[in-house]
Design a protein around this ligand. Structure first.
Ligand code: B12
Length: 432
C-alpha cells in the first residue's frame, strides 16, 4: 500500500507586512527644518525592538520622546493587542530617561486618547489626528520653558495640502523597506486627506475629517519620481482613505506619471462606483498593480446597514471591468453584519461566486478578505452593538471587540471555505 500522510495547515500566522512610517517622518522633517536635532527609530524594523529602543535612548538622550501608536490591534478577527508593547515602550522611555517629556500620537492613539492617557500616566501630552502644526508648536513652547495647559491636543486648522512638503525620507532611509514584504508596497504616498463617506464601522472621517484636501498631481508625482530616482522605489501604496475620488484627481496623477514615462507601480483602495471603462484603462497603463476594493457589504441589505452608498450592481460592474484587465484585484467584505439572515447569507454567497466566475478566465483575483467588524468608538456600529446588547456601555473597546452575534457567529468560516476553495481550484485548475 502506498500511503500519503499530510500534516494540514497548523498555523495561521503569516510574517508581518511592515510599512514605512510616513507620519513620524513628516513630523521629524518639520522639526529638523525648525532647527531641532531629530532622530527616527522604527521598532518594527529591528531584530530586537526593545533592545534597539534602549540603545537609542541611552545614546541619543532625548529631551522629548514622541511615540506613535499606529495600530491598537492587527484587526482581521485577531484577538491580540498592540497596547502591551506600547505600554512597555513608554515605560522603558520613562525609566531610562526619567526627565524626558513623553508625547504620544498616531491613528491608534487618536481613536482612544483619554483611554490611553488614563492607562499610561507617564505620557505628558497626547495628539489627536494630524500634528504637522500642533506638535512643532508644543516643542517650541516646551523649548521656551512653557508648560501647555491641555494634556490632549487637537489640531485646530486642518493642513492645507496644496502646501505639502514630502516626508523628509533622508531621516529614515526607505531602502531598508524595499524587499521586506510579500504583498504590501511598504512605501506610502498621500495624494489627499479626508473622506466624505459615512460608512457605519469606519473611523477615517474622524481621523482626517470629512472634507477632502488634495495635493496637486504634480507634487504627488514629483515625490514618486524623487523616491524612484534617489532610493530605487518602484512600488507605492497610496494611503488615501479612497484613492479614486474626487473624479479626475487620480486620473490627473496617472496622466502625469505617463507624461514623465515613469516605470513605477502603485496601488490603493478604490470606490466601485467611480470606476469605469476609461479610467480603469488609464489606471492600468499608468502602473496600477492592484485594485483594492472594500465594498464590505455582500448584498444590498448589508450595504445599506453599512451605509456604503453602493449597491450589488456597482460591485459587480467594477469587478467585471477589473477582471477584464491584467491587474490583480483584492476584495474586502464584512461578515455577519447587523441584520444578517439566511436570505442575506445566500445572496452574499451568490455575489462571491459571481466575483470568482468573473476572474476565472484571467486568474487575476488576488484574494477575498472576509472579516467580522471590529467595533470602534464613535461609529454607528458601536451604537447598533449597544442597542442589540452585543456590547454594554462599559465595554472596553481599546482591546479587540468584534461584532459577531449568534446565530451567524461561524459564518466567516463558511464563506472563507468557499473563498479558499474557489481560489485554490482557480490556481490549480481543478474543474468541478
Ligand atoms: C494607508 C493605510 C494602510 C496601508 C499602508 C500602506 C503603506 N505602505 O503605508 C495598508 C493597507 C497596507 C495598511 C495596513 C494596515 N493597517 Co492601515 N491604515 C492606513 C490609513 C488609511 C492611512 C495611514 C497613513 O499613512 N496616513 C498618513 C500619515 C501621514 O498620517 P499618520 O500616520 O496618521 O500620522 C499623522 C498623525 O497620526 C500624527 N502622528 C502620527 N504619529 C505621531 C506621533 C506623535 C508623537 C505625534 C505627536 C503625532 C503623530 O501626525 C502625523 C502627521 O499628521 C489608516 C487610516 C487613517 N486615515 O489614518 C489605516 C489604519 C492606521 N490602519 C489600521 C490597521 C489596523 C492596519 C493593519 C493592522 C490592518 C491589517 N490587518 O492588515 C495593517 C498594519 C500595517 C502595519 N505594518 O502597520 C488601523 C489602525 C487602528 C486599529 N484598529 O488598530 C487604521 C486606523 C485603519 C482602520 N481600520 O481603522 N494600512
Amino acid at each position: 500500500m502506498r500511503v500519503l500522510l499530510v500534516q494540514a495547515l497548523s498555523m495561521d500566522d503569516a510574517p508581518p507586512e511592515r510599512v514605512y512610517p510616513i507620519g513620524i517622518v513628516r513630523l521629524a522633517g518639520i522639526l529638523a527644518d525648525l532647527g531641532h536635532t531629530v532622530e527616527v527609530l522604527d521598532m518594527n524594523m529591528a531584530a530586537d525592538p526593545f533592545g534597539s529602543l534602549k540603545e537609542r535612548l541611552l545614546d541619543f538622550q532625548p529631551g522629548l520622546a514622541g511615540l506613535s501608536l499606529r495600530n491598537v490591534d492587527p484587526l482581521g478577527n485577531r484577538t491580540s493587542s498592540l497596547i502591551p508593547p506600547f505600554i512597555t515602550a513608554v515605560r522603558m522611555v520613562k525609566v531610562l530617561v526619567p526627565e524626558v517629556r513623553i508625547v504620544a500620537g498616531g491613528p491608534g492613539f487618536s481613536l482612544f486618547p483619554e483611554r490611553v492617557m488614563r492607562e499610561m500616566p507617564e505620557i505628558d501630552y497626547g495628539f489627536i489626528g494630524e500634528a504637522e502644526s500642533s506638535f512643532p508648536a508644543l516643542v517650541a513652547s516646551l523649548d521656551a520653558g512653557g508648560a501647555p495647559k491641555s494634556k490632549i491636543v487637537t489640531s485646530s486648522t486642518p493642513l492645507d495640502l496644496h502646501r505639502y512638503d514630502p516626508p523628509a525620507r533622508h531621516l529614515l532611509d526607505p531602502t531598508a523597506y524595499l524587499s521586506i514584504n510579500s504583498y504590501v508596497a511598504p512605501i506610502g504616498i498621500e495624494t489627499k486627506r479626508g473622506c466624505p463617506y459615512r460608512c457605519a464601522y469606519c473611523v477615517y472621517p474622524r481621523l482626517q475629517g470629512t472634507r477632502m484636501r488634495r495635493r496637486t498631481p504634480v507634487s504627488v508625482v514629483d515625490e514618486m519620481e524623487a523616491l524612484h530616482r534617489e532610493y530605487s522605489v518602484s512600488s507605492f501604496h497610496f494611503t488615501d482613505p479612497v484613492l479614486n475620488i474626487p473624479d479626475g484627481h487620480l486620473e490627473d496623477i496617472c496622466r502625469e506619471i505617463l507624461r514623465r514615462k515613469l516605470k513605477i507601480r502603485w496601488s490603493g483602495f478604490m470606490r466601485e462606483d467611480h470606476i469605469h471603462e476609461k479610467n480603469i484603462a488609464l489606471f492600468e497603463k499608468a502602473g496600477c498593480e492592484c485594485f483594492f476594493f472594500s465594498a464590505d457589504g455582500l448584498c444590498d441589505e448589508a450595504l445599506k446597514v453599512l451605509q456604503k452608498d453602493l449597491d450589488e450592481q456597482d460591485i459587480l460592474r467594477a469587478a467585471r471591468l477589473a477582471a477584464a484587465s491584467e491587474v490583480v484585484s483584492v476584495y474586502h467584505f464584512m461578515v455577519n453584519v447587523p441584520g444578517e439572515t439566511e436570505k442575506t447569507v445566500e445572496k452574499g454567497i451568490r455575489l462571491l461566486e459571481h466575483i470568482y466566475d468573473l476572474h476565472a478566465e484571467k486568474k487575476n483575483l488576488g484574494t477575498v478578505v472576509l472579516n467580522n467588524i471590529r467595533i470602534l468608538p464613535g461609529t454607528a456600529i458601536e451604537k447598533i452593538a449597544i442597542s442589540e446588547g452585543v456590547i454594554g456601555p462599559g465595554t472596553d473597546l481599546l482591546y479587540p471587540v468584534y461584532y459577531n452575534p449568534k446565530p451567524f457567529e461561524t459564518l466567516r468560516y463558511r464563506l472563507q471555505t468557499l473563498s479558499l476553495e474557489r481560489n485554490v481550484f482557480m490556481w490549480h485548475e481543478v474543474i468541478r
